[in-house]
Design a protein around this ligand. Structure first.
Ligand code: SAM
Length: 236
């Protein structure tokens, strides 16, 4: 199955951009397809307007619901719809995995002050944020989401198992990596990794993943521990 990405944007020329290189670029056209459509193509007035002033006053411009709706209705109806907003649900590896397992996605990129609120419910759109900061537009957010999805598609990532231990896949951050030279600027690769003892290496990696997650991302650690503890306490 080919993953179909449909991006609705005021700047279709930004695509594929970085998605045209490396892993994602190699899979483009086979593992996945990309259609970038200009929202302005769906404007109906003679000025091709896509935005208007905010109701109630204030700075900036707001993307019009009628134009957005026409653009969305022009995309495949069977695909999930995502709009990028700073207030949206934070993007997670779990959501990326769900999307990558599906037929594709329609991505709506905001500009200016964002979208007319009515569009979300009217067209069943999920709002997604890529972090607690404000971008100038949703295009880079769309690239982030697509890059994360595309690398999970069958045949895109070099070694099929190389994603299994990665950060967030197990609910933990990944353990640290090293490669030759063994001693570099007086720093030595931990002895265990040079021991050839696979059981010891696995135990070291697990313990490093746990301690790194606990110290760097206490929020993830708490969730991980919650998930681990729940089945035991529920199984009376
Ligand atoms: N007025 C909006 C607010 O304060 O929440 C910010 C609008 S921003 C300048 C323009 C567009 O960039 C948004 O409509 C959205 O599509 C995108 N964007 C900005 N920050 C984002 C984020 N953290 N995650 C996802 N999309 C973002």
């Amino acid at each position: 199955m080919t993953f179909a990405a449909h991006v609705l944007t005021l700047y279709p020329g930004m695509f594929p951009g970085p998605l045209g290189t490396s892993l994602a670029g190699r899979g483009l056209g086979s593992a996945w397809t990309l259609t970038a459509t200009n929202i302005r193509d769906y404007a109906t007035d003679k000025h091709k307007s896509v935005d208007d002033t905010p109701a109630g006053g204030g700075a900036g411009m707001v993307l019009r619901a009628d134009v957005l709706a026409a653009a969305i209705d022009g995309a495949p109806a069977e695909l999930p719809r995502i709009a990028f907003t700073p207030r949206g649900k934070p993007l997670t590896q779990a959501r990326v995995r769900e999307l990558a397992a599906g037929p594709g996605v329609v991505l709506l990129c905001g500009r200016f002050e964002g979208f007319d609120e009515r569009i979300f419910e009217a067209r069943g759109i999920e709002e997604v944020s890529i972090g607690d900061f404000v971008l100038s537009g949703g295009e880079v957010a769309a690239m982030v989401l697509l890059d994360a999805c595309v690398r999970l598609l069958p045949g895109v990532m070099g070694a099929p198992s190389s994603g299994d231990d990665e950060s967030f896949e197990t609910g933990l951050l990944e353990y640290p990596h090293y490669t030759r030279p063994v001693i570099w600027e007086g720093r030595t690769i931990p002895e265990v990794l040079r021991s050839g003892d696979h059981a010891r290496i696995a135990a070291w990696r697990k313990s490093m993943a746990e301690s790194d997650t606990r110290s760097r991302r206490p929020d993830l650690w708490e969730r991980h521990e919650g998930v681990r503890v729940q089945p035991a306490s529920g199984a009376r």
